[in-house]
Design a protein around this ligand. Structure first.
Ligand code: HEM
Length: 511
């Protein structure tokens, strides 16, 4: 893009023009609010002598800088965020009593954070990587976080493998380099990764910016209506800014020319009043359909075909306000899969169960016990809790109200209406690592969803990555991941790989 007309690149100019003006500087203070005597010179003995230990202004400046960084998110470290609102266009109270989705016209404020997954805070937005799509609805019944991705399926189905999956995609522990052997080794040893891999390397994985990216809850959730009726549902966001995906060559070029392309594109669009929007849909599966589904419907390496489970519109999200400060809002926003509201409950999805535990744990480590007190995370719903104290406790900490239950002084009561629906279970407890037919959905994707041109780009982008793995791994990937889809598709990947290897050999060391 042309940076001369980018609001993002001119941010300081517009701040100076709109907020304070160049001409009227306020007095600088320390964090205590006291005026600073100098912003440039320490308190020292003469022009050449030592600095005084009493210069607490200097100490504050040095010490706070040393503490500026907090841990990056262990995954999804780099992202962009924006404020907006959600408006219900189609009432779905027949499926869920969640007030955020009840009543046409119902409007709920929200904050969205988009992200890449494997790279660090400074990595490239267009790297080959899934992209996160996390939405925090500030509902009257508490925050509802929908922490999804652009790709509707996931590479694994058991949370036990989550750290392995991510290590294989992050840096080699010795070289500190991204390592295609690690990536393809894991993929070939866990064939359930195949469908996700296909989507990742297809046009689906290369939207031209966050504004143009679709999103999915990936998991099914249990929706419960006011009468206690249950269905299972997956959520999907559809971008209303339609545009062709990047080609993999464009994406690759952008990693060097503008690694922050997605962040800038989103900021500039909103700053220019060009507010992006998405429609939210659900796919619904009844309990009976789930029971008779030929495969595990709660296995997130599989999708539910829209032909079988059509999209039902729910509402429209519009992003209309950039963050006032990146760290305060985008870095400190804390999404948690366990931030659910009445009417939306966990399904039998094991990955979902792993996530219900993982996110608040990460937030407590990254932001502290009282992360829900940080302004961007604060619910609009009233918080009446017996939980107290802890580091960085803001607000009145419950004031003089009782801090134990039961009590005789009019403390807060539980809500019977908020109880999750009861359900019965039976089964044998064990550890189940049984490969099922891994390729049905991948086959349907290639047959029905992928155009000839998309298929060619998919083959080229797989080959571009796979060519950097060891020959034995290339063979194993073909055998374990691509030939089982069809001999024809295996041959196609193999042919494209040979072409990529020949070209790479002609060029020598990868540039
Ligand atoms: C972020 C764990 C699967 C989407 C995170 C974070 C953790 C985590 C610890 C960082 C949280 C923070 O400190 O803010 C896990 C585990 C998983 C899992 C243990 C599986 C067992 C998934 C899946 C999706 C997903 C299936 C997509 C549906 C995201 C997104 C973020 C994230 C979008 C970034 C949220 C933000 O923007 O702050 N994950 N994750 N994760 N995860 Fe997962």
């Amino acid at each position: 893009g042309n940076n001369a007309v980018s609001p993002a690149q001119a941010q300081l100019v517009s701040w100076a023009n709109n907020v304070t003006g160049y001409a009227a500087p306020a007095i600088a203070t320390n964090l205590n609010g006291a005026p600073l005597p100098s912003l440039t010179a320490s308190q020292a003995i003469g022009t050449r002598g030592h600095i005084l230990m009493q210069d607490f202004f200097l100490v504050e400046k040095l010490a706070t800088f040393n503490r500026e960084r907090i841990p990056e998110r262990p995954v999804h470290a780099k992202g962009a965020g924006a404020h907006g609102e959600f408006v219900v266009t189609n009432d779905i109270s027949q499926f869920t009593k969640a007030k955020v989705f009840n009543g046409v016209g119902k409007t709920t404020p929200l904050f969205v954070r988009f992200s890449t997954v494997g790279g660090e805070l400074g990595s490239a937005d267009t790297a080959v990587d899934p992209h996160g799509f996390a939405t925090k609805f500030y509902t009257e019944e508490g925050n509802y976080d929908m922490v999804g991705n652009d790709i509707e399926v996931f590479p694994i189905r058991d949370p036990m493998l989550f750290s392995d999956l991510n290590r294989s995609r992050k840096r080699n522990p010795l070289t500190h380099l991204k390592d295609q052997n690690m990536w393809w080794d894991f993929v070939s040893l866990r064939p359930e990764t195949t469908f996700h891999t296909l989507q990742l390397f297809s046009d689906t994985g290369r939207a031209d910016g966050y504004r143009r990216m679709n999103g999915s809850s990936v998991h099914a959730f249990k929706l419960v209506n006011a009468a206690g009726g249950v269905v299972f549902a997956k959520f999907h966001w559809r971008s209303q800014q339609l545009a062709p995906s990047l080609t993999f060559q464009e994406a690759k070029t952008l990693t060097g020319t503008n690694p922050d392309y997605f962040i800038q594109d989103l900021y500039d669009a909103i700053e220019s009043g060009n507010n992006p929007s998405w429609l939210l849909y659900i796919q619904v599966m009844t309990v009976e359909q789930a029971d008779s589904y030929p495969r595990n419907p709660f296995d997130i390496t599989r999708n539910w075909r829209v032909e079988d489970f059509p999209l039902i519109e729910v509402g429209r999200m519009t992003l209309n306000r950039n963050p006032v400060n990146y760290f305060a809002e985008v870095e400190q926003v804390g999404f948690s899969v366990s931030n659910l509201v009445p009417g939306i409950e966990p399904s039998p999805d094991r990955m979902l169960h792993g996530r219900l535990l993982a996110y608040q744990d990460s937030l407590r480590y990254r932001l502290g016990t009282n992360n829900p007190h940080i302004p961007i995370n604060r619910p609009v719903a009233e918080v009446n809790s017996y939980i107290r104290d802890g580091q960085a406790c803001y607000g009145d900490n419950g004031g003089g109200s009782p801090n134990y239950f039961p009590n005789s002084f009019g403390g807060h009561e539980a809500s019977a209406e908020a109880a999750h629906v009861s359900f019965s279970v039976e089964g044998t407890v064990d550890r189940f690592d049984i490969p099922e037919d891994e390729f049905i959905e991948a086959r349907l994707f290639l047959e029905r969803d992928v155009t000839t041109e998309n298929r060619q780009r998919l083959l080229e982008s797989i080959a571009d990555r796979l060519k950097d793995a060891q020959p034995e791994l290339q063979t194993r990937v073909l055998q374990n991941n691509f030939y089982p889809i069809s001999v024809e598709f295996g041959d196609a990947v193999s042919g494209e790989l040979q072409r990529a290897l020949r070209n790479a050999n002609q060029r020598g060391f990868k540039k």
